[in-house]
Design a protein around this ligand. Sequence first.
Ligand code: AMP
Length: 215
Amino acid sequence: MINLVLLGPPGSGKGTQARILMSRLGLAQLSTGDMLREAQASGSELGRQVSEIIARGDLVSDDIVIGLIAERVSDSSGAGFIFDGFPRTLAQADALGELLNRISHPLNAVVEIRVDADALVERISGRFTCGSCGEVYHKSNKPPAQEGVCDICGSSDMRHRDDDNETSLRQRLTEYYQKTSPLIGYYYAKGLLRDVDGLGEVESVAENIRKALRL
Ligand code: AMP
């Protein structure tokens, strides 16, 4: 089993790279952002609870996201997990360590995807997602072959995230630098950190990750 964390600010390409690793290594992508958006779309109590928090760009409480991950990490029969957008706080990182110890498959590596703040704003303002299969696109860096149609599944249900606007993005970046970036030191001290240049084409970043992981 291989368990990886993708760490990086919003717009650094975690979701895109997680999907590449998922198809290349057969790992399961666990994105707390996707889980929370699914809860919102289904109109569940949890979805209602988190809606305003996500729209503002704040972090959802540790208890909620740890609960979502705990439900998925009890099974150790698969090839492994890619944690995308989790952990985002030190408390979440400690909880993840405990959950993985319980299944006797600790983290193998934490990939820090580095992208400077100007590039993040450009990436986020141009991105959209297929509402059907979740493939991520960008209006200039990664447009679909046919405008408005997903290359992967053919759906024309392209969506722009509500929290991909300038005000929420500024708050998401503040949350990242205040609460999530301390995890860089946390994982460095455990000998797990691999930093990767996240600028450039999707394929070249994927290659940087492959080299950093020696996989
Ligand atoms: P993402 O899709 O990873 O950018 O997440 C979108 C939003 O969901 C974030 O801005 C947070 O409001 C919330 N969220 C996702 N993952 C977490 C997490 N691990 N801890 C707290 N909030 C989260």
